[in-house]
Design a protein around this ligand. Structure first.
Ligand code: DP6
Length: 349
């Protein structure tokens, strides 16, 4: 849209349309996992999930409308995106264009402080940042629930990164439009719980099987999947109570059993999906040893070999030192609970 400068200084909305918008979002780590979709097109999870948004590894994404260009362009960490990542961003921009009633293509520039595709939730921070920058650039006003619902269409875990601290993503009820409307994340108010999450980077390379393909295969072929979805409901209830009490030991135990159960469903898929590497198992052993030595530390793993270890902040350095010594080449980053997605002010750019 051309801005008529003579009409006076442009407002924030006009400025956004002209200059684009930049948003920052952080990854989240699920304590109760999402794994499997009841509707792939609408990205509707089978199970509720609950996560902690981190204060490390932000994604910074700028979306700018490019009315003169023939199509969208997407730059990912400074290089043009191609293939599946490009298609997912373009499909997502289509959703925003539908909401806005505008048709202009956009230029998207996204930068991850986390290795992309290594099971460190870059799609969560990525689509949360893209949703916020995108709706702002296209001039669409959404409340936090609607923004979370939109982010879910990019990646279900992204619905949770819209919020800081702890967030619960509802699996959604019904099918089609009803499921779409009822599947979104919301903050879980937790006051007295501020643990550390030690991220053990066992292998930062891209994963062999995308989480999308792996969860599809698990849902379609794993005889353990149904049982895990049922036990996950109990885990969620227990987790909410443990978070409310600020009980790190209980939160850790529930998160660990929920994650191991999820990996068991994948191992039982046909053919098996195995993200856990020898380095992962060595780190898991070191977590058991820490517990045997009286340090409460609990592990969770996502669609990759890296391990995230929940512990008291006061124990974070000791935990980091122990787990990084457990596997060759393993490095650690200590994270805490972090903020929700936000727009970056022009002064910060
Ligand atoms: C293991 O949200 O990346 O990290 O919705 O297909 O994009 P899509 O999957 P994604 O899967 C995350 C799976 C998980 C568990 C979790 O974060 O809840």
């Amino acid at each position: 849209m051309a801005i008529d400068r003579k009409a006076g200084p442009a407002g924030p909305r006009e400025r956004a349309l002209e200059r684009g918008a930049t948003a920052v979002a952080h990854p989240n780590i699920a304590l109760i996992k999402y794994w499997g979709k009841s509707d792939e097109r609408l990205v509707i999870p089978y199970v509720d999930s609950l996560s902690m948004t981190l204060d490390v590894f932000p994604t910074v994404t700028t979306v700018r409308l490019t009315p003169g260009e023939p199509s969208d362009t997407v730059s990912l960490d400074g290089a043009p995106a191609v293939g599946e990542p490009l298609r997912r961003v373009i499909d997502f921009l289509e959703l925003i264009r539908e909401l806005s009633g505008r048709i202009e293509p956009a230029a998207v520039d996204t930068r991850n402080a986390v290795p992309t595709g290594a099971g460190l939730a870059s799609s969560a921070s990525g689509f949360a940042a893209l949703a916020l920058a995108g709706v702002t650039a296209y001039g669409v006003d959404l409340d936090a629930t609607a923004l979370s619902r939109l982010a879910r269409r990019g990646s279900a875990s992204a619905s949770r990164s819209v919020f800081g601290g702890f967030a619960l993503c509802h699996a959604g009820r019904g099918i089609g439009a009803a499921a779409d409307l009822s599947s979104y994340a919301e903050p879980v108010p937790v006051t007295d719980f501020d643990p550390a999450l030690v991220i053990a980077l066992v292998d930062a390379g891209p994963k062999a099987v995308s989480s999308r393909a792996a969860m599809r295969r698990t849902v379609e072929t794993s005889p353990l999947y149904q049982a895990w979805t049922i036990s996950s409901k109990g885990d969620l209830l227990d987790m909410r109570a443990a978070l409310h009490r600020g009980d790190l030991e209980a939160v850790g135990e529930i998160a660990e059993r929920n994650a191991l159960g999820m990996h068991a469903t994948m191992l039982a898929a046909r053919p098996a999906v195995r993200y856990l590497s020898p380095g992962t198992l060595a780190v898991l052993d070191s977590v058991l040893q820490l517990r045997a030595d009286g340090i409460p530390a609990y592990a969770t793993m996502d669609a990759g070999p890296n391990v995230k270890v929940l512990c008291h902040r006061a124990h974070a350095d000791r935990v980091a030192e122990t787990v990084s010594g457990a596997a060759p080449g393993c490095s650690t980053v200590i994270a805490r609970r972090g903020p929700g997605a936000r727009l970056r002010a022009e002064a910060e750019e």
